[in-house]
Design a protein around this ligand. Structure first.
Ligand SMILES: *[C@@H]1O[C@H](CO)[C@@H](O)[C@H](O)[C@H]1NC(C)=O
Length: 394
């Protein structure tokens, strides 16, 4: 067989294998597409892109009123929020309301003046759909050409003013969660295809898959192995205004998860959440410091130990401050980790500072600082240096 032909058949093999792969890939993914349309990354209805880095901020942001606020030294009044329906009709709002996408949202909040906070994306993406006006006795928020992406919390803060000095009265804030049920988008679109979330030991973690309709049925799924995650309301719970919360993260919760929402014939998947488990301490370390002796004679050796008992696999970092530091006295430390006898899932981390042949300059305060992901704590001890017990004279 000529060499060219040999190559030709090899290439045909490679090519056909490749094609088969493509076909299998397409089959798998097309089927998946038919079952669940993945939410497209990026806010659909928007013209300008959400700024990277900012898009993950979920907290509400303050929006300054566009009109100049005349400060009045007024006694704070109880704010209340009403939805302006058509032609002078008002409706006091409850915890949540639903507004048809495309319709306008008009919220009126009693108070002079008031400040508003809106879902972060709305504030970042100022495309002129949101207007805030302060009238004499109330503030008015208007959002036009609404989409599912506008779903979120809208808050009115009454302001307490003395002369020109105004501050928000957080305790008098009134908020409403507004859903904009979108017939095409069951999830509030995310600008990221996936989101990395840290699972910290014993710290509640939220998977913020936010639905645009309170009627959507939402389930939680693991990508590999592909299973639905049980939501029992205790370990993992669902809140239609927040998403899923893992209350006490454990290492087995880690992995790629996503939410699936269904409403009528529509079934969609959320952004993927990559959950990474981090051994996270409950509190800053509580170190204990101990010197071999509080009074050492010149020429003797000194050991100062600093130890922390804490959760297993939680790193503790030690730093030392000591009298000989300024003059560059070369001291050295030994660090170790050992399990605590009888204590389940606890360990002792220790740093020992060794001072060989103590000199006068070594007298003073020795400070150990122990740090973990939650914070740092310092402890000190004083060491006295005394003359040699038996002075040997040549
Ligand atoms: C709202 O939508 C209408 C119709 O598409 C358009 O003419 C108008 O400019 C939009 N308004 C704003 C503020 O985007």
């Amino acid at each position: 067989m000529p060499l060219v032909n040999l190559f030709g058949s090899k290439w045909r093999l490679v090519l056909s294998t490749f094609l088969i792969c493509v076909i299998i890939f397409e089959l798998v993914y097309c089927q998946k597409d038919a079952q669940e349309q993945r939410t497209t990354p990026g806010r659909k209805a928007k013209t300008s892109k959400p700024k990277p880095g900012k898009s993950t901020n979920k907290g509400p942001r303050a929006v300054p009123a566009k009109t100049k606020i005349k400060a009045t030294p007024a006694a704070p009044t109880q704010a209340f929020l009403s939805q302006v329906l058509n032609r002078g009709k008002f409706k006091k709002v409850g915890e949540t309301i639903s507004v048809q996408t495309g319709d306008s949202l008009e919220l009126r909040c009693r108070g002079k003046p008031v400040q508003w906070s809106v879902p972060p994306y709305l504030e970042e993406d100022d495309d002129g759909r949101l207007t805030i006006v302060q009238h004499e006795r109330y503030g008015l928020l208007t959002l036009v050409n609404t989409t599912g992406a506008d779903t979120g919390e809208y808050t009115c803060y009454p302001m307490y003013c003395e002369d020109t000095d105004c501050r928000k009265e957080y305790d008098k804030a009134v908020k409403v969660f507004v859903f904009f049920p979108d017939p095409q988008e069951l999830f509030v679109p995310s600008s990221d295809y996936y989101e990395v979330i840290q699972l910290r030991t014993n710290w509640p973690t939220v998977l913020p898959c936010q639905v645009t309709s309170p009627e959507a049925k939402v389930t939680l799924h693991r990508e590999f192995p592909p299973v639905e995650v049980a939501v029992d309301g205790t370990d993992i719970s669902f809140n239609v205004k927040k998403g899923f919360t893992i209350h006490r993260p454990r290492p087995y919760h880690a992995g790629a998860l996503y939410c699936v929402a269904s409403l009528g014939n529509l079934r969609q998947s959320s952004t993927k959440y990559m959950l990474i488990y981090v051994n996270y301490p409950m509190a800053p370390p509580a170190p204990a410091i101990q010197a071999s002796s509080s009074s050492v004679a010149v020429g003797e050796n000194l050991r100062v130990s600093c130890s922390v008992v804490g959760e297993q696999n939680v790193a503790v970092e030690f730093t030392w401050e000591y009298p000989g530091q300024q003059i560059g006295r070369p001291l050295y430390t030994q660090e170790s980790i050992s399990p605590v006898a009888g204590g389940a899932a606890r360990q002792q981390s220790q740093s020992v500072l060794l001072v060989d042949e103590v000199r006068d300059v070594d007298q003073g305060t020795y400070t150990c600082t122990a740090q973990n992901l939650q914070g740092a704590t310092s402890v000190s001890t004083s060491i006295k240096v005394v003359p040699k017990a038996k002075a040997k004279k040549p």
